[in-house]
Each structure stands twice: as structure tokens, then as C-alpha cells.
Design a protein around this ligand. Structure first.
Ligand SMILES: NC(=O)c1ccc[n+]([C@@H]2O[C@H](COP(=O)([O-])OP(=O)(O)OC[C@H]3O[C@@H](n4cnc5c(N)ncnc54)[C@H](OP(=O)(O)O)[C@@H]3O)[C@@H](O)[C@H]2O)c1
Length: 325
């Protein structure tokens, strides 16, 4: 490895923004390990991206699978310079919740809980890395004051009644299931987790840059893409939404550029230790600006961040300070 090459571990590298970032990271000479859902996905990705790619298997809907992946990485023992928690799903339009292997609502389980578990298990390797940094892919919809965050029910974790209840709770706030809000809530959890781990690491005397970021709306052409699950529940509505947002109003970001933004945050963007929030904001048709800013008011709550951290640790079978000390 040369001086500027980094070891990047990435979730959600099998498609979309993560796959674009993966291709660009490899092309730039970084050493990349992608956490893939299963062996077939890993195989397809290795064929597509070439031999330098390393993969490890974790179905993020199963905490045991996450634990096994983290154990394999710890056993291999290679320090991690950039940990990028990017995988995510949504199934907007569904009337009924789906569940993870441990009985948590699927959006919360995959987007937040699995990443909390992976992060905690991999922190020792990250802290051994060179100028380590953590990147978490959130979304502007975590913020009810943004254009996307205003549509439908806003994000809000209430008093975390659902998180306290654990398996079987349809929503983190304990309310009735709403798939779209579940997604927004999970992205709010992403930002809160990023802020809390940064605070805990700083308090322990090992400050690192922690970046939560929002890629903007990314709707690739063709059948795949982030909205594929939502499409199943409302194909016509999703097709109209894609056409209007991407082609008519030109409010979307390309997967290639979103991948480049992610690759940059993981490796080259100059960052001081501390928490950072970056967002790819729409400034007008075909005009997006990637800039540092503030996450939502709720995402800035220290009390909520600490409480979510502890409840998530308990849900994932971790000690509150595991990995941080
Ligand atoms: N697209 C947007 O408009 C947009 C906007 C804001 C934020 N984001 C965020 O950006 C991130 C990447 O989204 P994207 O647009 O690139 O969507 P995508 O193409 O659907 O990619 C999502 C990735 O997450 C992985 N994933 C989902 N469930 C998994 C599981 N159970 N186990 C392991 N991996 C799993 C997928 O793996 P498979 O390939 O195996 O399915 C895929 O690699 C997400 O966190 C999303 O919330 C996206």
C-alpha cells in the first residue's frame, strides 16, 4: 500500500451510490472491503469490479450475520482507515411492517441497528487505522424542514417508546406503522448515532472525524435503484415521481456523482476530528450544491442521541461503551 492508499470498509457497495463509490475507490488505488448481503452478491460484485476487491458477507437484517462478519474482519486483523456505513432500504407504500431475523422492524433494523452493531464491533480496528474516519449515509428526509422531509409524516422519535419495547415495535416512537416515516426515522437514527459515537470517542481521548451525509435524491434509470421496493407497492406513483423529479424538474443527483461524493468523504475531503454533516442540496433545476451544514434540531439533541445509543446497544446485545473504551 502506498502512502495515500487507504483501507476502506463499505456497506451497501453492491448497488447504487455505494457501488459507484466502490468502483471509484478501487480505481484510485484504495484497498476496499465491501460488506455484501450474500455470497451471490459478493460474486457478482467481484466479477464487476475486479480482483482487488475483498468481500465479507453480512445480511444486515440479521444481527447474528453482522456479528459473524465483524468477527471475520477482527480475526483478519487489518486496521480500517475509513469505515463507511452506507447500506439502506425503504419500502414506502407498504401497509404492514416487515421484520428482521430478531423481530425488529426492517428499516430500523437494517439502516440503524445493524450499523450500530457493526460499528461497535469494528471500532477497535478503526481506531488502529491511519487517520481514521467514519462516514454514515443519512438523508435530508431526516430533517422535517427540508423539501423531502416535509412530504408525508415527518421524522420524529418521540420518547423512543418503540426502541424501548424492542422486538415487535413497528416504529421507534411506539406509534402505528408508517413505512415512509420509518425510513425518515432510521435516517434520523443514523445522524444521532454518528453524533453520539463522535462524542464518546472524543470523551475517551480518541477524537476522529465522523461524517453524516445526505446524497440528495438519486433515481437511476432502469428497474433497480433505491426505490425498487417502494415501486412494488405503487408502480405508477413511483414512475411519475421519478419522471417529474429526475427528468422534468431535474432535482436529482446522478449515481456516478453521488458515488464520487461518497468516495471523497471516505478518503480525500479534508476533515478535522469532530462531527460533520454534509448535504447535497438542490439549488434549482439541475443545480445541486454539496456543502457542510447542520442536521435537524432533533438530530442535534444530545439527550436523544445518548438514549438511542444505549437502547440500540441493548437491542444488539452490546455493552453501552463496548468498542468505544
Ligand atoms: N437514492 C436516494 O435517493 C437516496 C437519498 C438519500 C439517502 N440515500 C441513502 O443512500 C444509501 C444508498 O442507497 P442507494 O441509493 O445506493 O440504494 P441501493 O442501490 O438500493 O443500495 C442500497 C444498498 O444497501 C444494501 N442492503 C440493503 N439491505 C441489506 C441487507 N439486509 N443486507 C446487506 N445489505 C443490504 C443493498 O444490498 P443489495 O445490493 O444486496 O440489495 C445495496 O447494496 C442508503 O443508505 C439510502 O438510505 C439514498
Amino acid at each position: 500500500m502506498d502512502e495515500i492508499s487507504r483501507h476502506v470498509v463499505l456497506t451497501g457497495g453492491g448497488s447504487g451510490i455505494g457501488r459507484e463509490a466502490a468502483a471509484q475507490l478501487l480505481a484510485a488505488g484504495h484497498r476496499l472491503t465491501v460488506v455484501c448481503r450474500d455470497g451471490a452478491t459478493a460474486e457478482r460484485l467481484r466479477e464487476r469490479l475486479g480482483g482487488a476487491l475483498a468481500t465479507v458477507i453480512a445480511d444486515l437484517a440479521d444481527l447474528e450475520s453482522v456479528e459473524a462478519a465483524a468477527a471475520a474482519l477482527r480475526k483478519a486483523g487489518e486496521p480500517i482507515d475509513s469505515l463507511v456505513l452506507n447500506a439502506g432500504l425503504q419500502y414506502s407504500g407498504a401497509k404492514e411492517p416487515r421484520w428482521s431475523a430478531q423481530g425488529f422492524e426492517l428499516t430500523f433494523a437494517v439502516n440503524h441497528l445493524a450499523h450500530q452493531a457493526l460499528l461497535r464491533r469494528l471500532l477497535p480496528l478503526l481506531l488502529q487505522g491511519r487517520a481514521p474516519r467514519l462516514v454514515v449515509t443519512a438523508s435530508e428526509v431526516h430533517d422535517p424542514t427540508t423539501a423531502g422531509g416535509k412530504v408525508g409524516q415527518p421524522a420524529g422519535l418521540g420518547d423512543l417508546a418503540g426502541a424501548r419495547r424492542g422486538p415487535g415495535a413497528a416504529m421507534v416512537d411506539g406509534g402505528p406503522f408508517n413505512a415512509e416515516k420509518a425510513y425518515k426515522d432510521s435516517k434520523l437514527c443514523n445522524v444521532l448515532m454518528a453524533r453520539e459515537v463522535e462524542r464518546r470517542l472524543r470523551r475517551k481521548g480518541t477524537p476522529v472525524p465522523v461524517i453524516a451525509w445526505s446524497p440528495g435524491l438519486v433515481i437511476p434509470r432502469g428497474p433497480g435503484g433505491f426505490f425498487r421496493d417502494s415501486q412494488r407497492h405503487n408502480p405508477l406513483g413511483q414512475a411519475v415521481f421519478a419522471f417529474v423529479a429526475r427528468d422534468l424538474l431535474r432535482l436529482t443527483e446522478s449515481p456516478e456523482r453521488a458515488g464520487a461524493l461518497l468516495a471523497g468523504l471516505a478518503t480525500t475531503t479534508p476533515l478535522e476530528p469532530g462531527f460533520h454533516y454534509w448535504s447535497n442540496r438542490v439549488r434549482g433545476p439541475g443545480r445541486l450544491r454539496f456543502e457542510e451544514g447542520e442536521p435537524s434540531a432533533e438530530a442535534r439533541s444530545d439527550v436523544l442521541a445518548a438514549e438511542l445509543w444505549e437502547l440500540s446497544a441493548r437491542a444488539a446485545g452490546l455493552e453501552a461503551d463496548e468498542g468505544v473504551v
